[in-house]
Design a protein around this ligand. Sequence first.
Ligand code: ADP
Ligand code: MG
Length: 353
Amino acid sequence: TRPPVPPTIRPLDPHAINRIAAGEVVERPASAVKELLENALDAGATRIDVAIREGGRALIRVEDDGCGIRAGELPLALARHATSKTDGADLLDIRSFGFRGEALASLAAVARLSLASRVAGEEAAVIAAEGGRVAPVRPAALSRGTVVEIRDLFFATPARLKFLRGERAEAQAIADTLRRLAMAEPFVAFTLRDLTDGERLVIRLDAESPDLGDPREPLRRRLRAVLGRAFSDGALPLEAERDGHLLTGWAGLPTEARGAATAQHVYVNGRPVRDRLLLGALRAGYMDVLASGRHPMAALFLDCDPQRVDVNVHPAKAEVRFRDSDCVRGLVVGTLRRALAPLRPAPALAEEL
Ligand code: ADP
Ligand code: MG
């Protein structure tokens, strides 16, 4: 018998590489919106306006008043693994939302993209891309900041298109994504408009002004604007520190608990995460004040030296890894238990004292 003939090994072509990467970074319209909002926040925007059509499939437009991109660097902004946010030396010292330089390249690979930008004192310019093919930079008319338009998301990857849910579900996911990011950014104004049938204003959050008397007040007001009074009026303020980890936020009253875990907002260094350790600690903190099947409302903000948390675990950065996870868990559980102690049934309270 003849020995089997091995197939030839070849490098993937760049289009294929970008589409594979796009599948990890941009799963659905809401993940595209998340990446674009994060870019606007990284650019120091104070107002961000989002427009969508047909659940984001037909159109996602994000406009910001941030620092802009120099005309000469627009092609780099669309190139993979090109970023202005790290010197490449230390991926564990990350203070910005972005750092992988993948989002715009991914979107350019799977959609029709246009990126227009203006740096203060310079001319505005625009670059367009379609299914990975990038057109030359052209002059544009734009007063300031950056406008990104994504049309026909996933037209270049029909398999991905099939996985999208209905228009309403995708539009809802986009609104949730915007709210989650906006909750931690009280000084930035946000709007979300749905242009599917005419124009509908879905979200409007005005910028909160700083409060010199109580620095936490703007954040509290923003949380109230997003989560409603039910949360903010009765919520217990949290503030504790352990080993360089600072925990702040608000814990909702057990009476405001929900049937689903949809009102739990956890941030690490300003980044919204769905982290199992933190969500588990949140549950544990409420353990004996909540009936099983009930889920607390809470907004937790954990801040620490970026060196102590790895956000580079997950392409969408939804999960993080703490260097000292026991400390973080203990901090969250302990702080919540202390805040909730007055509400606990008597025997447990006695135990605490
Ligand atoms: P990353 O955010 O990881 O750097 P992206 O692909 O999201 O990668 O963006 C690439 C680069 O384009 C960024 O590093 C930034 O310099 C620039 N950029 C993208 N969006 C904006 C924006 N809204 N305002 C200013 N610069 C932007
Ligand atoms: Mg980015």
